[in-house]
Design a protein around this ligand. Structure first.
Ligand SMILES: [Zn+2]
Length: 176
């Protein structure tokens, strides 16, 4: 399974890790907003492995077996990613005379759609990463955890957590 879409791109926020890593018997990937784990894959030439207690602490948001109700994520209800012109470079991909860092020189950036999910709101950008890169069916525990807590999800061969938007975010579409 390709875990690269779940890795960070080298940003500056906490938890952004640019490669999968092996820890606690699993292979993990996270960018600080989404985290997946699968059974440990072969040894990884990971540049950085976080402390096991920090991963354990994040993972406490994932329910113990039998503690949550799981529903299949209705993948067709998750809006596809639309791109809009990058305002920083005017769509040229070049900022003054250097590659535009805002849009990665693409000239466009993805426009997030806020998706209502039970009591939480998620960006479709993360939901689409899940839908397009994980084996199906993907199941989510929408009723588990507080409004600010990450949403647990699982899929054949692995589990994950995805962070919601701020609790006062107004959803644009209702997914579940
Ligand atoms: Zn740009």
């Amino acid at each position: 399974m390709n875990l690269a879409p779940f890795c960070g791109k080298g940003g500056f926020h906490a938890g952004d890790i640019t490669q999968p890593f092996n820890l606690l018997g699993f292979t993990w990937a996270t960018d600080g907003h989404i985290m997946v784990r699968v059974p440990e894959q072969e040894a990884l030439p990971s540049a950085y492995v976080p402390r096991s207690d920090s991963i354990r602490e994040v993972w406490t948001a994932y329910p113990e077996p039998g503690r949550a109700c799981w529903s299949i994520l209705p993948v067709d209800s998750v809006p596809k990613v639309k791109r809009v012109k990058c305002e920083a470079c005017g769509g040229n991909g070049i900022y003054v005379d250097v590659p535009c860092g805002e849009c990665d020189s693409k000239g466009s950036i993805p426009k997030p759609v806020m998706c209502g999910f039970g009591n939480r709101v998620f960006s479709n950008l993360y939901l689409r990463i899940m839908v397009e890169n994980l084996p199906h069916p993907i199941e989510v525990a929408t009723g588990y955890g507080s409004k600010e807590a990450p949403l647990p999800f699982r899929f054949p061969g692995g589990q994950g957590l995805v962070m919601p938007m701020r609790s006062d975010t107004i959803p644009q579409v209702k997914v579940m």
